[in-house]
Design a protein around this ligand. Structure first.
Ligand SMILES: [Zn+2]
Length: 219
């Protein structure tokens, strides 16, 4: 019994965004993602980084979300919520498309799964070796899920760095993040730091400003 609670607690904490999303969609089965014509954007991405991406729209009207669905050897398919696609302009979209492309090119989905399982096995070994009671076991689980989220954030930084260096207009990163800040999943700073796998919007804005400065200096 204890092992089931431990597994649910750990993977619940490390994948709460996906679980919440899946559960949310489970209750509205009519919503299905549809492929939309973004040939201008996909052509640009192909020409820039040589990746032939497919963009799909999720019928999600409240949250600004996007993620890379596939990983090599499969073709790159990314999805974005309707809310994001309808409120972002072309420069802002280029940033998120390049961000998701970076996840694909750098094998982040594989690395995420491996890190997730590795952190769980470490936590589980500690629980077993010291034969910890459930309450202490859950503390260990919490600590290792926070460690996993920090590892996953490294991949987010990598993806944002790649996207910001490659966008036509880094101003789009700034305006896009201002829009995202206003529709955030959580406003709790401690919670965001510990358990949300994303680069904070203010940090991305700062990275974009540095990129703009870099470009004006080199011209
Ligand atoms: Zn990402």
């Amino acid at each position: 019994m204890q092992i089931i609670i431990i597994i649910l607690a750990y993977f619940g904490l490390t994948n709460w965004v996906q679980i919440r999303f899946l559960l949310g969609n489970f209750f509205k089965p009519k919503s299905k993602s549809r492929e939309i014509d973004f040939s201008k954007m996909t052509d640009l991405v192909k020409q820039k980084i040589g990746l032939d991406v497919t963009i799909k729209e999720l019928p999600e009207q409240n949250k600004m979300i996007g993620f890379m669905v596939t990983q090599r050897p499969f073709k790159p398919i990314m999805v974005f919520s309707q809310k994001m696609l309808s409120s972002f302009n072309i420069d802002e979209l280029e940033w998120v498309v390049l961000h998701e492309s970076a996840h694909y090119m750098k094998f982040h989905n594989y690395k995420l799964v491996a890190s997730d399982i590795f952190c769980f096995l470490l936590a589980y070994s500690i629980i077993m070796i010291f034969n910890l009671p459930l309450l202490l076991a859950l503390v260990v689980i919490l600590i290792f899920s926070v460690i996993y989220v920090q590892i996953a954030k490294i991949f987010e930084y990598e993806a944002d760095k790649f996207a910001i260096e490659n966008v036509d207009n880094p101003e789009g990163v700034i305006s896009g993040n201002i829009k995202m800040k206003n529709s955030k999943i959580s406003k709790n700073i401690v919670f965001n730091k510990l358990l949300v796998i994303a680069v904070p919007a203010d940090k991305r804005i700062q990275m974009a400003k540095e990129e703009i400065q870099k470009r004006t200096q080199s011209h």
